[in-house]
Design a protein around this ligand. Structure first.
Ligand SMILES: Nc1ncnc2c1ncn2[C@@H]1O[C@H](COP(=O)(O)OP(=O)(O)OP(=O)(O)O)[C@@H](O)[C@H]1O
Ligand SMILES: [Mg+2]
Length: 432
């Protein structure tokens, strides 16, 4: 069959209405993620090179569970793009770092120069972050909420150090022990720490300035990965929520103190004013509309573990984002091998799906049911799809689009001249 060489694009304005990437193992999800990261870099490069065109910038927090994106799978990876860039381009587009990992020492030398270690303070975790990643009984959550009420951001330390002999009142020893057991992974985790320097500030600055972050979670447990994604997503959305409910920067201060852990908010608030103030950083400065800020895309990998109906019954951070993210310009990029097990709230809020090859008839059926345009009767198309082939469906397109995802190495080789330096800038401007 003939194919047309027409690029398929997702308009930036639809990213905060959430994107799904579905495909069985080996269908090409990781390659697609790398192609998307490259498009984000290209979009930002374009915005920087044409500052007067008022082009939007994009940020992405990309979970990389197999540590493939930076190095790449075949010949090239995101680091190849970074290596190609002139130092000015690099500092504009990539900043000081783009790669987050558990231990810097385990990273190869060229990537290490752009690496930060992931460290999140206990004080930056809120009870609802935990409720978003695992089910808690009502006894456990009442106990946690009471501790949070009493100890504030020191609630985790306060629970972990609580003396079992001292339990009294409505808390049974069983509840205390159960909660301690649930929290014990924090004590073993290298990324969640009770004191020291957190990376959350840097993540917030990066996401408010149009940057990409590749997050190597290959050495983390699922629980660590999900808690990290949750804390980051909730922090970014609470900052923008505080902004959204403020008239000026003085209000923003009050709103931020109300919503975010104090130690975190006090560290970032000065810099936040430079992102959020319309005319200066004084209390009286009017605030910007969050929809004028960079679109932030957060990937949720191995999505079924946290986007399932059981967790969605509770106070899920992801349920909030899926419903309200568009108001704050924050979008979820849900990557999953299965559609059938995802919660309907999440699926119904999704406006763009990239459906790759699927494992079985049940998933094909779920994909067809979930698609944002009617693709009833497409079973056969799904059955004959090969690696890298996709059916793209979107609520803003009347028809489904069959598409072939290019290999990352191919698009990189074609475009690498762009990253070199600013000399091509003039030529590009002449073309326009
Ligand atoms: N668009 C594509 N065109 C041709 N080949 C592809 C394409 N995408 C991926 N492949 C090939 O298929 C293999 C698997 O791709 P990839 O690792 O992206 O799959 P995946 O869906 O991420 O798998 P997993 O679920 O195991 O992580 C790769 O080694 C790659 O060479
Ligand atoms: Mg993969």
């Amino acid at each position: 069959e003939d194919t047309l060489n027409v690029p398929v694009k997702i308009p930036i304005m639809y990213l905060p209405m959430h994107v799904g990437i579905f495909g069985s193992t080996g269908s090409g999800k990781s390659n697609l993620m790398m192609v998307l990261i490259k498009s984000i870099i290209d979009t930002n490069l374009d915005a920087i090179r044409k500052p007067n065109a008022d082009k939007p910038r994009l940020s992405a927090f990309c979970i990389d569970p197999h540590d493939e994106f930076a190095k790449g799978v075949d010949k090239y990876g995101i680091q190849s793009i970074v290596n190609d860039m002139s130092s000015t381009t690099r500092s504009d587009v990539i900043g000081d770092f783009y790669y987050l990992t558990t231990h810097k020492s385990a990273t190869t030398r060229d990537i290490r120069a752009y690496t930060r270690e992931i460290r999140i303070l206990y004080s930056e975790i809120q009870p609802r972050d935990l409720y978003s990643i695992r089910e808690y009984t009502s006894e456990m959550s009442s106990f946690i909420d009471a501790q949070y009420h009493a100890a504030g951001e020191n609630w985790i330390e306060s629970i972990l150090s609580m003396d079992e002999d001292a339990v009294s009142g409505s808390v049974t020893l069983g509840t205390l022990r159960a909660v301690k057991r649930r929290l014990s992974f924090l004590e073993r985790s290298p990324i969640f720490i009770d004191s020291g320097t957190s990376i959350l500030d840097e993540i917030f600055y990066a996401m408010e300035t149009g940057r990409i972050l590749v997050v190597n979670t290959s050495l983390m447990s699922d629980t660590e990965q999900f808690l990290l994604t949750t804390v980051v997503t909730r922090t970014l959305s609470d900052m923008r929520r505080a902004l959204k409910s403020s008239g000026n920067l003085g209000d923003f201060d009050t709103q931020g103190q109300k919503r975010l852990p104090h130690s975190f908010f006090n560290r970032v608030k000065q810099k936040a004013r430079t992102f959020y103030g319309k005319d200066g950083v004084a209390d009286s400065s009017e605030v910007r509309d969050p929809r004028k800020l960079p679109v932030i895309q957060v990937t949720v990998e191995e999505a079924p573990s946290i986007l399932n109906p059981v967790l969605m019954r509770g106070q899920s951070v992801f349920k909030d984002i899926s419903r309200q993210g568009r108001k704050f310009n924050i979008g979820l990029l849900v990557v999953s091998q299965q559609v059938s097990v995802l919660d309907n709230v999440i699926l119904s809020q999704m406006n763009t799906e990239i459906n790759l090859r699927l494992g079985n008839e049940r998933e094909i059926k779920a994909c067809i049911e979930n698609a944002s345009v009617n693709i009833t009767g497409f079973e056969n198309e799904f059955r004959v799809m090969s690696r890298g082939e996709a059916i793209v469906t979107a609520s803003y397109r009347e028809l489904p689009l069959p598409a072939r995802i290019p290999l990352f190495d191919t698009v990189y080789e074609k475009d690498r001249h762009r990253y070199k330096d600013n000399k091509t800038k003039k030529e590009e401007e002449h073309i326009l």
